[in-house]
Design a protein around this ligand. Structure first.
Ligand SMILES: Cc1ncc(COP(=O)(O)O)c(C=O)c1O
Length: 401
């Protein structure tokens, strides 16, 4: 069988428009395609491959667990799930863990839990959910409606109700919305898909205080920022603002699908037996890989390394920009980096991504105006330099048309 991009159009639902490049193997921060062309990976599968490709610790965990037991139903528990849950609890504010298979599912669980808590503690009038314009929380109908881009949730019939939005970092607008009828506030501590926008300290602290005042649960969606991406294990730890519920996925499995919602015992108790569930959530194979990823990332060396690598990344990007003047701002935290294109390139961030692929470097966009970089947290310095040299060639090509 010839497997190529044309086959995608023949057999796949057309909701994606992938590149013609088909990667077939990866090692560390390098990837090879069907023609054996090599790429430096600054995309990491959209902030997923936190330890690059085929990291020995993850391969070992996958092989070992793969020869023991892959799956049991939630009628039984399993060792990898309990070990990973214990590690999540020990490393964070949380006391209880619910496992899912993706970011959207972790968020779906968080939102359903928040609604339950409000209903049982305060009554059915307390159902409002506040979220933020440009926020992204996944593609289930509940999470995409909570997300701050109506275009993603329009066109599917009646939406889940009592969900409102205001601008991120606009504390006055938020204060005007929140009331005793607000059951939860869902926010990313740094908006990823929305354009790599950090919450200001004042905003994060203000949201926390107002949630507490109105008995609304604060849900931090750390699907993109979690597991070391910002240089903290979780971004909330750097912000100094503790949520009531936190969701984590992407890097949690280092490339194996897994998500988790973590919270306090007091809140968790409302998801009683039978109220929510998932066939695969907490699957031993996923949790074994997740445990290896978590153990590898959650060390002072790796987390400090993220900050050092981020500094080099930012320096090299600034040097490229000094020469070519294509970015108005380089922003983000740790290895979640956004380069905002200038007015001249407005709406054309994707051209840099496409030109990069032609030069052998993979990057991402975050909206139409921001080129995004989410490389492996353990990317070697030499790969950062080589990837940036390739990216500079791509920038020059875009500039020269
Ligand atoms: C902040 C955030 N939340 C949720 C999601 C959805 O995660 P998933 O695609 O695993 O459902 C994403 C994915 O990009 C995300 O960035």
């Amino acid at each position: 069988m010839t497997v190529n991009r044309e086959l995608f159009d023949q057999v796949m639902v057309p909701n994606y428009a992938p590149s013609s490049v088909i990667p077939v193997r990866g090692e560390g921060s390098r990837v090879w395609d069907q023609q054996d062309r090599e790429y430096i990976d600054f995309a990491g599968g959209i902030a997923v491959n936190c330890l690059g490709h085929c990291h020995p610790a993850l391969v070992k965990a996958l092989k070992e667990q793969g020869e023991k037991i892959w799956h049991v139903s939630n009628v039984m528990t399993n060792e990898p799930a309990l070990r990973l849950a214990k590690k999540l609890v020990d490393a964070t504010f949380a006391e209880k863990v619910y496992f899912a298979n993706s970011g959207a599912e972790a968020n779906e669980g968080a939102l359903k839990l928040a609604r339950r808590v409000a209903l049982e503690n305060f009554g059915e009038q307390k159902s409002q959910i506040i979220a933020f314009n440009k926020g992204f929380h996944g593609r289930t109908f509940f999470t995409v409606t909570v997300g701050g881009q109506a275009a993603y949730s329009d066109g599917f019939g009646p939406k889940p109700g009592d969900i409102v939005h205001c601008d991120y970092n606009d504390l006055a607008a938020f204060e005007a919305l929140i009331s005793d009828n607000t059951c939860a506030v869902m926010m990313e501590p740094l908006q990823g898909e929305g354009g790599i926008i950090s919450a200001t300290d004042e905003f994060a602290k203000g949201v926390r205080e107002l949630c507490t005042k109105h008995n609304a649960l604060l849900i931090f969606d750390e699907v993109q920022t979690g597991v070391g991406r910002t240089g903290e294990l979780y971004a909330y730890q750097g912000l100094g603002v503790t949520p009531d519920i936190l969701t984590t996925a992407k890097a949690l499995g280092g490339g194996f699908p897994i998500g988790a919602m973590i919270t306090t015992t007091e809140i968790a108790k409302h998801l009683k037996v039978g109220t929510h569930g998932s066939t695969y959530g907490g699957n031993p194979l996923a949790c074994a890989v997740g445990e290896a990823a978590f153990d590898t990332v959650n060390t002072p060396e790796v987390l400090a390394g993220v900050k050092a690598k981020a500094q080099l990344f930012n320096e090299l990007l600034s040097e490229i920009n000094d020469k070519h003047q294509v970015f108005s701002e380089i922003r983000g935290q740790g290895l979640l980096i956004g380069a905002v294109v200038t007015e001249q390139f407005k709406g054309r961030a994707k051209e840099f991504l496409v030109a990069g692929i032609a030069e052998g470097v993979m990057s991402l966009v975050a909206g139409a105006d921001v080129v995004r970089f989410t490389p492996s947290l353990v990317i070697p310095e030499a790969d950062i330099r080589e990837g940036m040299a390739r990216f500079e060639k791509a920038v020059a090509k875009v500039v020269n048309g």
